[in-house]
Design a protein around this ligand. Structure first.
Ligand SMILES: Cc1cc2nc3c(=O)[nH]c(=O)nc-3n(C[C@H](O)[C@H](O)[C@H](O)COP(=O)(O)O)c2cc1C
Length: 186
């Protein structure tokens, strides 16, 4: 049997009742047996300062080590002002620096997101995909998991209640596992 795929997941919202954190929790519940999904909380990562990139804060060192140890990455992004939240971009910026020490380099990555708008984070996800080019990550193209009108699919505590969305999350994880295995064999 193939070795289990280790996935590191993080969400770009710090909000307690966050739909996106809820989506990540569902991914943990639904992760197929061939994989393990660990999550990382971006709370506490300070604003990026290039003066400190060679001596990053402990939280950033921990983040980079967890990324390096993972076979694949799962990013769950809200959409803020038609793009990705600063919290998420900031974490990615730290993880990619200093030049030549990009922890995300060569990692397979899947993404999903939930918003209260009708496009379900589509614009944010395409902005994030643009960053994957320079980061040299290998994004999974499909399925695209964009959850619109999140307020109708999650309860007040941020728990996903919509069965169709749960199925999409499962499909995404399965596809990420296949994609990661393909890349490992290449
Ligand atoms: C600063 C800010 C900007 C936002 N911009 C968008 C947007 O561009 N598109 C959208 O669909 N929702 C937007 N929203 C609403 C979010 O979809 C909503 O707040 C959602 O709950 C955020 O995700 P979370 O629940 O994981 O925190 C914005 C919210 C904030 C706080």
């Amino acid at each position: 049997m193939d070795k289990k795929i280790s996935i590191l997941g993080f969400a770009g919202s710090l909000r307690r009742g966050s739909y996106n954190r809820g989506l990540l929790r569902v991914a943990q519940e639904m992760v197929p047996r061939e994989a393990a999904l660990e999550t990382f909380d971006l709370e506490g990562i300070p604003p990026f300062n290039q003066d400190l990139e060679n001596q990053p804060p402990e939280k950033v060192k921990e983040f980079k080590a967890k990324i390096r140890a993972a076979d694949a990455i799962l990013i769950v992004t809200p959409e803020y002002n038609y793009s990705i939240p600063g919290v998420l971009k900031n974490a990615i910026d730290w993880a990619s620096r200093p030049y030549g020490d990009n922890a995300l380099e060569g990692k397979p990555v899947a993404l999903m997101g939930a918003s209260i708008g009708m496009l379900g984070t589509a614009r944010a996800q395409y902005h994030l995909r643009q960053s994957f080019v320079w980061l040299n990550m290998y994004p999974l193209n499909q399925p695209e998991v964009m959850v619109p009108f999140a307020q109708e699919k999650f309860d007040a505590s941020g728990t996903l209640t919509d069965p169709k969305t749960k199925e999409k999350v499962k499909e995404l994880l399965q596809s990420l596992i296949h994609w990661t295995r393909r890349l490992q064999k290449a």
